[in-house]
Design a protein around this ligand. Structure first.
Ligand code: CA2
Length: 143
């Protein structure tokens, strides 16, 4: 059965608790529940993880048994060559995901190291991007 890792980076554990004007009122637990409903519809399984630590995210990327990785790397998107290298090293399809449209935001958010190794990117759709990303990954893996 298709297995997907959905990995969330720093500060995303705060979703729904602070800065609702930027990131909305939905919590990460709500998003995980949305992903569980989508997994049932698609007939896939998934691991859902969040870490505030770059090295821990790299360890998760190295050790995952998933066939594909959906990654919202948070602010590490714009800084982490180490996460980009980890993604390259495992040779699995990566779908980059963001809640906000990073291209409409500050200039420093407009550079993504993850995009260099991702086959696709979804941004600006808020929490709805998560189930969409799962569908896109399932279709990509079935090709
Ligand atoms: O839009 C996204 O999904 C981001 O990956 C979110 C990151 C940001 O650094 C990226 O540029 C774009 C930030 C996540 C922080 O989430 C918070 C949620 C609530 C309160 C504070 C931060």
């Amino acid at each position: 059965m298709t297995h997907i890792l959905i990995l969330n980076g720093p500060n995303l554990n705060l979703l729904g608790t602070r800065q609702p004007e930027t990131y909305g009122t939905i919590t990460l637990a709500d998003i995980e529940a949305m992903c569980a409903r989508e997994a049932d519809k698609l007939g896939v399984t998934f691991d859902f993880a969040q870490s505030n630590h770059e090295g821990e995210m790299i360890d998760l990327i190295h050790s995952t048994a998933a066939q594909g990785i959906i990654l919202n790397a948070g602010a590490y998107t714009h800084t982490s060559i180490a996460i980009m290298d980890a993604l390259s090293s495992v040779n699995k399809p990566v779908l980059e995901l963001h809640l906000s449209n990073i291209h409409q935001r500050e200039r420093f958010r407009q550079r993504s190291y993850i995009s260099k190794v991702a086959f696709a990117m979804i941004c600006g759709l808020g929490a709805s991007g998560y189930p969409l990303a799962m569908r896109a990954m399932a279709e990509h893996l079935a090709l």
